[in-house]
Design a protein around this ligand. Structure first.
Ligand code: GUN
Ligand code: FE
Length: 460
């Protein structure tokens, strides 16, 4: 859609710098950002304007790792560590997605939460059940959000009630699911999803590589999250140099033709870290999950210094909150503890850095996503931060022209709106970077008043 959003615009110019334009114009041409301007350029004068005066407009947030079927029990069992938590909570809950009625209700709740928040893109694990995974994909497609969704593969070291009983059967079911979904949606794409290496036999991994080659699919999994898990992989693959190397031997760990994201990487170091960088693997940093399950703190400052690609993940239900703003503030907070307690060479992450990770950092996995530079896909979130600003800030009410909160994009109104200079209220408002910081720490879903993905408004 051709349109212009007007408001206080903020996006990352680089991992350390925010670009801001107060009362600016964000132009969408088709599905793509044409640019951010202080005045509407002549070429776009006939585009309709949605006036969000007084609100912040930022790129859509990217959740690089979450589990849709774990949403329904988030917050439960978090006094356990990973392997016990999987057996006690995650596996029994995921088994329920065999039941289409349960899946329908639970996935609808997950979708409602995702639509309400500031996320426009997500990498999602479903379960090993094909029908409910397809149902989840249909719901995502109907939402307008953009996602990768994985039917989960697991054929060993998991309970009988949630296990593919042979690699051959897993291959056939996965192929059938890919045939049903690959290229069938505009915004929803299948992604190969071996749960984690201890749950996938060598034969299954080999067959997933065959499917990866045949369909050119992306890959998501978990890596080096927990000490017992890493020790287990070392036992299973004594010849491998690292957990990542064991995955790489199956050809499912990045590289030129295998777009890959790995969740956690809390314990990645040395040769594994080099392989993550050299293979262009995206790390999905999930600070809340890593805290809840006592997994540890991923060395994100070091990853960034070494040129590793990093985004943020909610990892529901290891993490309890779907919000990537929450992942941003958690990422800052755990990085401070890491710096104070583990390695004083690795300075804490800053607000511009975590804002970058949650937008353009993870956005790279989806293409040209997560920025308002010209040529990026148009994903935008409009945030009314008046409820968290100081009493003397003008807020929405103080504006000469109040943004139409449910802005139906209306061509006739548009011209009048941007012709009238509503910039000056006489009261200084906090600078945009300070407002962004406060949103990151204090946000709730009610602050999001509108959002757009690939140039289309998400109905919420
Ligand atoms: N490793 C294997 N499965 C899971 C899961 O469901 N959640 C997390 N956090 N780690 C995992
Ligand atoms: Fe996970």
């Amino acid at each position: 859609m051709n349109m212009i959003l007007k408001g206080d615009i903020c996006y990352s110019k680089s991992p350390t710098e925010l670009e801001t334009v107060e009362n600016g114009y964000l132009v969408c041409e088709g599905k793509t950002v044409a640019g951010v301007f202080a005045e509407v350029p002549v070429a776009y004068r006939d585009f309709p304007v949605a006036d969000y005066g007084g609100c912040l407009i930022i790129p859509g947030l990217c959740d690089l790792h979450t589990h849709a079927p774990q949403f329904a029990y988030r917050g439960l069992g978090l006094d356990m560590q990973l392997l016990e938590w999987l057996n006690t909570h995650a596996f029994p809950e995921e088994a329920r997605y065999l039941d289409a009625n349960y899946a329908d209700e639970a996935y609808s709740k997950f979708l409602n939460a995702l639509k309400r928040g500031a996320t426009t893109r997500a990498c999602i694990f479903a379960t090993l059940h094909t029908p409910s995974t397809v149902m989840l994909m249909e719901k995502l497609e109907a939402s307008g959000l953009v996602s990768f969704v994985g039917r989960v593969n697991m054929d060993r070291n998991c309970p009988d009630y949630l296990c593919e009983h042979s690699a051959a059967e897993a291959y056939l079911s996965t192929k059938e699911w890919i045939e049903r979904t690959n290229g069938k949606f505009r915004n929803t794409t299948p992604i190969l999803t071996p749960r984690f290496l201890p749950a996938c036999s060598d034969e299954l991994m080999g067959k997933l590589k065959d499917l990866q080659i045949e369909y050119g699919l992306a890959v998501q999994s978990h890596l080096s999250e927990n000490r017992d898990e890493v020790a287990w992989v070392r036992e299973l693959y004594p010849e491998a140099k690292s957990y990542g190397d064991a995955l790489d031997r199956f050809g499912l760990f990045g590289g030129k033709d295998v777009l890959t994201t790995m969740a956690h990487c809390v314990l990645s170091e040395g040769a594994e870290e080099d392989l993550i960088r050299d293979n262009g693997v995206y790390v999905a940093h999930c600070p809340q999950s890593n805290t809840n399950l006592s997994s540890g703190i991923a060395p994100v400052r070091r990853f960034m210094r070494r040129g590793i690609r990093v985004g943020l993940g909610s990892d529901v239900a290891g993490g309890c909150h779907t919000s990537i703003f929450r992942a941003m503030s958690d990422a800052v907070q755990v990085s401070k503890l890491y710096w104070r307690l583990a390695d004083q060479n690795d300075a804490p992450l800053t607000i511009p850095e975590v804002f970058y990770l949650g937008t353009a950092g993870g956005g790279g996995f989806f293409g040209k996503v997560g920025s308002f530079e010209a040529g990026y896909e148009f994903d935008a979130v409009v945030i009314d931060d008046s409820s968290i600003s100081s009493p003397d800030a003008p807020g929405l009410e103080g504006r000469a022209t109040v943004g139409d909160r449910n802005a139906e994009i209306d061509n006739s109104a548009a011209v009048g709106r941007y012709a009238a200079d509503n910039r000056s209220t006489g009261v200084a408002r906090a600078a945009i970077p300070d407002r962004i910081a406060r949103v990151i720490y204090l946000y709730d879903d009610d602050c999001v008043i509108d959002k757009y993905a690939r140039g289309e408004r998400i109905v919420r």
